[in-house]
Design a binder for this molecule. Structure first.
Ligand SMILES: *[C@@H]1O[C@H](CO)[C@@H](O)[C@H](O)[C@H]1NC(C)=O
Ligand SMILES: *[C@@H]1O[C@H](CO)[C@@H](O)[C@H](O)[C@H]1NC(C)=O
Length: 269
């Protein structure tokens, strides 16, 4: 079932770097590349890798400069195992049109320092539209559906500032009544994708812990009338952080509490 969902965010800590710069603490500031990097060891397919970096307020990193390539190669050797062949995904892809390679930020491949691995690119079986980087700093084309580790990058030049919710996403707003931040998502996604989205944004699917919080969420939903949302889906329903965990009707919160237990929790969590 497709539906809307609300995210609740309670962002961890923040990094305070170079005066006014703040970003998520799961990222590390790197002065060589003038921005924050996060290495994700668990291999994902290219689409999920791109989405996760984007939702985190970053981009899927590409070796757009020699310095960036060096920093990425540093990660490659750590992430290698027999399956992933000492390669990571880059943000360079041709998923819009065959052979038209760009980074996820729109920089053409021709403007990027390129060294290809031997016999690459080969577009094997006409199915390879995403580029990887190996431990020698070489590029290769692979299927975007295959999985590799990857790096997310956020440039220190990014204009958006971290807000009171600890995120660069301005749609998250603090509600003083619960001292928590909320965002209403109007893009319809299934439960799994909704969970993933909130998680990547630094929050989680909202769990109702009090009457006050129920009111806060009701008011938030009320600000998004069906007529203002694009697409065809059930606009009067939204996902929240309860699930039956595969046991029919034994609903618990995504943090494992029964419905009664969540109700007992007061205010902010
Ligand atoms: C990474 O591994 C490759 C191949 O084993 C090696 O040639 C290279 O020097 C290593 N690079 C670093 C930074 O460890
Ligand atoms: C949820 O949506 C994603 C992305 O649209 C899709 O890949 C996945 O198969 C869906 N999961 C279920 C359980 O329908």
């Amino acid at each position: 079932m497709k539906s809307l969902f609300k995210c609740f965010v309670l962002l961890f800590c923040l990094h305070f770097i170079e005066g006014s710069q703040l970003f998520r603490c799961d990222y590390t500031y790197n002065s060589e590349v003038k921005g924050w990097l996060k290495h994700i060891n668990i291999p994902a397919n290219w689409y999920d890798a791109r989405l996760r970096c984007t939702l985190e307020g970053a981009v899927l990193a590409s070796p757009t400069s020699v310095k960036m390539r060096n920093e990425m190669v540093r990660f490659v050797n750590d992430s290698g195992n027999e399956e992933s062949l000492y390669e990571i995904f880059t943000g360079i892809h041709a998923t819009f049109a065959p052979g038209a390679y760009l980074t996820v930020e729109g920089k053409p491949l021709s403007k990027i320092p390129q060294v290809w691995a031997s016999n690459e690119p080969d577009n094997k079986e006409d199915k390879e539209s995403c580029l990887t980087l190996n431990s020698n700093g070489e590029l290769a084309d692979v299927s975007c559906g295959t999985t590799r580790p990857y790096v997310c990058y956020r440039s220190a030049d990014s204009k958006t500032r971290t807000n009171e919710c600890g995120t660069v996403d301005p749609e998250y707003r603090l509600d003083a009544r619960t001292n928590s931040c909320y965002k209403f998502h109007t893009v319809p996604r299934n439960f799994s994708r909704a969970f993933f989205t909130c998680y990547a944004e630094g929050g989680y699917l909202a769990v109702i812990n009090s009457e006050t919080e129920a009111t806060v969420l009701k008011e938030l939903f009320g600000r998004y009338p069906a007529g203002n949302m694009q697409g065809t889906f059930l606009k009067h329903l939204a996902f929240i952080g309860f699930h039956d965990w595969g046991e029919r009707w034994d609903f618990r919160s995504i943090h494992g509490q029964t419905l009664a237990e969540t109700g007992k929790k007061q205010g902010n969590e």
